[in-house]
Design a protein around this ligand. Sequence first.
Ligand code: GLA
Ligand code: ZN
Length: 676
Amino acid sequence: MSLPAVSKVAFGGDYNPEQWPEEVWAQDYQLFDAARIDTVTLGVFDWALIQPAEDRYDFAMFDRIVQRAADEGRNVCLATATGAHPAWLARAYPEVTRTDFEGRKHRYGQRHNACPSSPVFRRLSRELARRIAQRYAGNPAVVAWHVGNEYGGACYCELCAAGFRDWLRKQYGSLEALNAAWYTTFWSHTFTDWDEIEPPSALTEHWRGPDHTAFQGITLDYLRFMSDALLANFLDEKAAIRESSPDLPVTTNFMGMYRPLDYHRWASHLDFASWDNYPPDDTSQARMAFTHDLMRGLKDGQPFWLMEQTPSCTACRDINPVKRPGVMRLWSWQAVAHGADSVLFFQLRASRGASEKYHGAVIGHAGRADTRVFREVAELGAQLQRLGGSTLGARTPACVAMLFDWDSWWALEISDGPSRLVRYQPVVLAYYTALWQAGVDVDVVPATADLSRYDVVLVPALHMLKGDLARRLEEVATRGGSVLATFLSGRVDENDNAFLMDVPGPLGPLMGIRIDEWDAREPEFVNPVRLESGTDRLDADARLLFELVIPQGAETVGTYQADFYAGTPAVTRNRFGSGHGWYVAAGLDQEGVSWVVRQVLADHDIALRYPDVSGLETTLRVAPDGTRFLFLLNHRDEPVEVTAGHTGTDLLTGTQVRAGQRITLDARAVLVLRTQ
Ligand code: GLA
Ligand code: ZN
């Protein structure tokens, strides 16, 4: 069981007709027809509608909503309605509301706010999912189950404290093992009874907010526990669904690079991955590309669903710009180019009130078709119709991988020293951006992934090194591949304790270096790094962190130009087996990172697509029948002209393109070339 059975890229989104008078529904469906909207996500926030009291379920309205969608021939992505719990529930059972990091017990309000450890919440959410599945599993319009909504946050209540202690007992077996893992001899923290263990919060180990902890071990484990506790909520509902729906795929909508949840711990439990794309601004193309690749990597390269994106603007930010003309279409195609088998919006018809009344919608409050947003959505609907089902299930044939690891993210950012300014995402994104600019396909994979199919593996800021990863990275190099690691990689074991050896720990032999010390400086401080390889030379800037490298066999590729370590290596390359281990010891600027990454790629037979045309993104997907789809996306607001590398058909216009021919992509234009 994997992806929903649809016959083309699913197009539509969240639809909440219960918020509107029924007369409006007919108008909605006419407009959906006009925009070729074939998929609706129903019921994400309908708990109070469906269960108005603990002992009463009322499906009258929801039946009409689901039946209407089915009668209108739409695919339904059916939610379990547990995205927000009802007021009566919080009043009857105060245990369902969360206690926050500061120790404040919350009262009823907002959403996504249930204590994951509350037995009452678990019982009632499971029961609701069970009843919804029982009622609609037989409806052929339903193609997928959407559990909860954007799981996230954390709770610090007594129920969670008890759940944490259980989780720890299972994890460690004995207090002796736990004390060793958490290094509790430090500051006399030795635990002599499980009940002495408190959730790490502002009231206990944290001395300044969630990232400043006296004990990294307990904080890391609480992050892992909370991710698992919320996963248990998902699994409760999934199991309840399975009682009456053995075959339909189940998902929940993720949030991309969302720090609180380790999606790699979740991934195997979802039948397919889906996520909500709300980029922080309109200059985040590489970041979006990265996140799509991360989401595709959750299920070993299987396509994912783009579950939400706004057709125009968000409402939750202080300032909410609209997507400029053509941007929504371009970003939708970007999702497809990276492996999405759906393009779905939040939401189809605007909210009439409350906090999302100004959030972008396909259909606004006046129900018009003659708006810019509706026109653009309808145009995209027509394009996707033309594309049909040919890209469904198509895979990305990447030979470059980048490791992404939530444990490393957490460990790096909750560390006292060397620098609070070194954050995981910017480091990862700089290396991804270099690959993105070079025009190569990338798989973003967990540290446990099978690396045998990759020529190049990048491990930026892989602070925590777990299991046999060092050995598996060595294997990549042994057979001729390249592995690139950066500063602050290979520092700690799975419990966040330092390796009792030279930095970079078990990565040392592969990198052929040892780090003698590390220097962190204010953001204004720049130490220039001279990069040199043959006749290729670049002077780049380095900031924030500077590791002092003593080569143990590696050759020097980049050299610090200032301070007491001027003239010592900042970038190295080590021959290992038939391949190489590269180490970047300093926070190079983007130009420097891109230069190093190009050098790494140059050792391999990897085709770079339009590496020197900025703002032109390309990806490749290969369908199960071998058909190849080359996507070209012009992110610039001016046309670009390039030479076609392949002969094929542009699926959006039907025009033929010959290899070697000059082609022009208009501002924000997309070309989907089917080649053989
Ligand atoms: C999230 C939620 C939706 C909606 C949108 C608004 O993605 O899942 O319910 O609130 O944000 O941007
Ligand atoms: Zn709790």
